[in-house]
Write a protein that binds this ligand. Structure first.
Ligand SMILES: [Zn+2]
Ligand SMILES: [Zn+2]
Length: 328
């Protein structure tokens, strides 16, 4: 029987990059200490701030909500959750249920913004339209853009000073590898533990307190703290290209513990040494939200999917040619 490195009692978690076993209690303590250290060292929040946690209902975001709620007093912040209902039948309702149940237990308020109310269509309806157009753009890309829009808008309206997401070490490594393969330097420079886009006016600054924590450990923590989420996957995940990269990263980590941290170190070094592109904050000509181009991606996709919105957009920016955006 493996014993806890700290207390010698029966161990339940093996932390491979430390080479140590820990019991449930000492693992949870280790986990929570790293959360607090990341929040304090990187000054992710300040006393008196309102922190919105972007909650999808998955284990990472529920853990982030749980931790901020547990340590709200110690950190001196007010915490609430923001969720987006994309309108994905057979998936979203179950995740929302798990979220509401945890929020009830923690006594935390949850705000839900839906695609239907914001854009007039659900993601299921959007996917139908995308299919008819031959899937020139993947459902996950459209969903990601629209979801960030709703999330930011809802958090801002609720007076959030920060928007915390549940991205963990694995997410960061996977996205870094994908960006590196696509030579998408701007994406690499932008995505740190604090989002570099924060200064662009109406964007609520985004923070990632689980940035240094491996996915496996988040899972172990949810089991220890009874943070439950149902095992339903988004039905559109088959269209995502992240799976093979995730698999490969995990394989290398297994044979060489600490690999993920070494990749993250390379990314941080690149972020420190590279010259950041200086971009002036600008706004979308149609909806007025922060955007690096004259027409934001949310308005572009909405116009692409919805004839009526297309007319609204064309009244402001002139005839839209989707082919110039690679959409036709
Ligand atoms: Zn112990
Ligand atoms: Zn717009």
């Amino acid at each position: 029987m493996a014993k806890c490195y700290v207390c010698g009692r029966r161990a339940s978690v093996y932390v491979s990059y430390l080479g140590d076993y820990l019991c449930s209690e000492h693992f949870a303590e280790y986990f929570e200490r790293r959360f607090l250290e990341a929040v304090r060292f990187y000054k992710l929040v300040e006393r008196g701030e309102r922190v919105a946690v972007a909650v999808s209902g998955g284990k990472d975001s529920l853990t982030t909500l749980y931790l901020f709620s547990r340590f709200a007093g110690e950190l001196g912040v007010e915490v609430f959750g923001v969720a987006v209902d994309e309108g994905i039948a057979g998936y979203r309702e179950y995740k929302l249920e798990a979220l509401r149940s945890l929020a009830g237990r923690l006594g935390v308020e949850i705000i839900v913004g839906s695609f239907k109310e914001y854009f007039g269509f659900t993601l299921d309806e959007a996917v139908k339209a995308l299919r008819e157009k031959g899937f020139k753009v993947k459902p996950c890309s459209v969903c990601g853009v629209l979801r960030r829009y709703v999330m930011n808008h809802a958090a801002r309206e609720a007076g959030a000073d920060k928007l915390a997401t549940g991205h963990n070490l694995d997410d960061e490594v996977q996205v870094f590898v994908m960006n590196a393969l696509k030579n998408h330097v701007e994406g690499i420079l932008r995505e740190g533990i604090v989002s570099e886009r924060a200064e662009e006016g109406d964007l609520v600054p985004r923070i990632k307190p689980l940035y240094f924590i491996p996915e496996k450990e988040v899972l172990a923590y949810t089991l220890i703290r009874n943070i439950y989420t149902p095992f339903v996957e988004c039905p559109y995940i088959v269209y995502a290209l992240r799976h093979p990269i995730r698999h490969w990263v995990n394989e290398v980590e297994d044979s060489s513990p600490g690999f993920k941290y070494r990749v993250l170190a390379v990314k941080e070094l690149a972020r420190k040494t590279a010259r950041k592109p200086s971009r002036k904050p600008s706004r979308c000509a149609v909806c007025g939200e922060p955007s690096s181009r004259p027409l934001c991606k949310t308005c572009l996709y909405r116009a692409y999917l919805d004839e009526r919105y297309r007319r609204v957009v064309e009244e402001k920016v002139g005839k839209l040619r989707f082919s110039t955006y690679g959409l036709e």
